[in-house]
Design a protein around this ligand. Structure first.
Ligand SMILES: O=C(O)COP(=O)(O)O
Ligand SMILES: [Mg+2]
Length: 233
């Protein structure tokens, strides 16, 4: 392939570009320990990631007996402090992710991150991994204010604007990603190796990739069919 398939390709962060489950699990377990709960494994925490840290903590506390609002706020602060201090201890890009970003850059495709993490956490993580420079913009769950995180289309629309406009596709691992893409009218690609809550087919993506080697041909195929509407048929 020599032509760029889309002007812009956006990526979700947790469970899509970077396996953050080890560091998120460690931070959740600091909060759970304060609540007197037993630690959870990364396998147990993974399906609870994707809706932001607050949502993840709520799910883990609910799964271990619930808690009242005042305690929740305390545990949430602990989780955030712990996560910020150890955001990139275990976190690594998924295999092939950096190569895929290289290939996209080589074709002149603008790449961006749209995550439900706080923007400052996403930037810190990408800085620590040496990836920040690659992205035209990083939009977090708090960037556009309350009610404007995925599944809202607002962060994807903002991404397109900040990237200078043009055709776009989005790659993600959760229902929030797929809904945001659908709501914004851009094709959604699901990664089957992400933090899934069920079968990847249930996400209703326009395409599924099992590894980053499949990304370029998938983008190529979607770009050929998307304008005709055939990709959603
Ligand atoms: O922090 C989270 O729960 C979500 O992050 P994501 O949108 O990058 O998957
Ligand atoms: Mg995700």
């Amino acid at each position: 392939m020599t032509a760029k398939p889309f002007d812009i390709v956006g990526f979700d962060l947790d469970g899509t570009l970077v396996d953050t489950s080890g560091d998120l699990t460690a931070a959740v377990n600091v909060a759970l320990a304060a609540a007197g709960r037993a630690p959870l494994s990364a396998d147990e925490v993974r399906p609870m990631i994707g809706g932001g840290a607050k949502h993840m903590l709520r799910l883990t506390l609910d799964a271990t007996g619930g808690c009242d609002e005042a305690d929740f706020r305390r545990y949430y602060k602990m989780l955030l402090a712990s996560y910020e201090a150890s955001i990139s201890v275990h976190s690594q890009p998924f295999p092939g992710a950096v190569d895929a970003l290289d290939r996209l850059a080589g074709l002149g495709v603008t790449v961006a991150v749209v995550t439900n993490k706080f923007e400052s956490f996403a930037v810190k993580l990408l800085d620590d991994l040496g990836l920040s420079e690659r992205f035209a913009c990083v939009i977090g769950g708090d960037t556009l204010g309350p009610g404007n995180a995925k599944p809202s289309p607002a962060p994807l629309r903002e991404m397109i604007e900040r990237c200078g406009g043009g055709s776009a596709a989005f790659v993600g691992d959760s229902i929030y990603d797929m809904m945001a893409a659908r709501n914004a009218g851009v094709p959604a690609i699901a990664v089957s190796f992400g933090f899934l809550t069920g079968p990847v087919e249930d996400l209703g993506a326009d395409a599924v990739i099992d590894d980053y080697g499949a990304l370029m041909p998938t983008l190529d195929r979607l770009s050929a069919t998307w304008s005709t509407g055939a990709a959603r048929a």
